[in-house]
Ligand binder design. Structure first.
Ligand code: ADP
Ligand code: ADP
Length: 229
């Protein structure tokens, strides 16, 4: 079953930069999909089109079979389903303490203080950051910030989690922990989409891989199909 579909989308930034060029992209429910491409290829731009932060200049995006309509109601619905973890956690972490940061999403969805509290505790446990509740996020290491950013998205319980370069800047041990966590979440039914510019970091777990270059998808398939030639 298809859970995200981008149909022939193009995106041009206001300054005229053409970042995406006729991209078709389909994600099946329950899969781990990797988007591979060099810096500047259009990976972040594509992801921002998947949850309505950016509206494609041409083409359409569907989530769970429903077209994103760029009105308040449609965007709220989409953002409940599709969570994005940005490449740079500093773009995402801005509350004075870790627990307030992780609570931001659930409170924004209108959940009660009590439910939010439970979700914060669960999410921090999930990423191995329990005990950090009262710490200011900007005092943490890069890897810890990434995990807090992931916890903030997990606390909203999205059906689909998109992670932009989740392992960049981490040591191999930190990177493999993140990948292991993603595999666990996937085993529990979450659809996962990740980007990377590092061919060696393409998770062996990926069910399907897209390769993007200069705003165009230049290859797609299983890891065999993409790498064995
Ligand atoms: P990637 O995530 O693969 O590194 P991006 O989606 O960030 O690629 O960038 C795709 C292209 O769009 C690049 O040429 C980049 O310089 C350009 N770009 C990204 N953000 C902006 C912006 N806010 N304004 C103008 N151009 C941008
Ligand atoms: P080790 O790998 O050193 O034997 P652990 O795997 O238990 O020990 O934890 C090492 C570090 O990794 C700890 O700082 C812990 O907070 C962190 N950690 C634990 N679980 C995760 C996870 N799912 N994702 C990221 N980091 C984690």
């Amino acid at each position: 079953m298809t859970i995200i579909e981008a149909k022939n989308i193009s995106y041009k930034y206001p300054d005229g930069t053409k970042a995406l060029n006729n991209v078709d992209f389909v994600v099946n429910k329950g899969n781990i999909v990797a988007l591979l491409g060099p810096n500047g290829a259009g990976k972040s731009t594509l992801f921002l089109n998947f949850n309505g932060i950016l509206e494609p200049t041409e083409g359409k995006v569907f989530v769970d079979g429903k077209e994103i309509l760029y009105n308040k109601k449609s965007l709220l619905e989409v953002r409940q389903k599709v969570g994005i973890v940005f490449q740079n956690p500093d773009d995402q972490l801005f509350a004075p303490t870790v627990e307030e940061d992780v609570a931001f999403g659930p409170l924004n969805l209108g959940l009660s203080q009590e439910e939010t509290k439970n979700r914060v505790v669960d999410a921090l446990k999930r990423v191995g950051m329990e005990g950090f509740e009262k710490k200011p996020p900007h005092h943490l290491s890069g890897g810890q910030k990434k995990r807090i950013a992931i916890a903030g998205i997990l606390a909203m319980k999205p059906e689909i989690m998109i992670l932009d370069e989740p392992t960049s800047g981490l040591d191999p041990k930190g990177a493999s922990k993140i990948l292991k966590l993603l595999k666990e979440l996937n085993n529990e039914g979450m659809t996962i989409i990740i980007s990377t510019h590092d061919v060696d970091a393409v998770p062996i777990y990926a069910d399907f891989i897209f390769v993007i270059k200069n705003g165009k998808i230049i290859k797609k398939g299983s890891s065999h199909e993409v790498f064995d030639d």
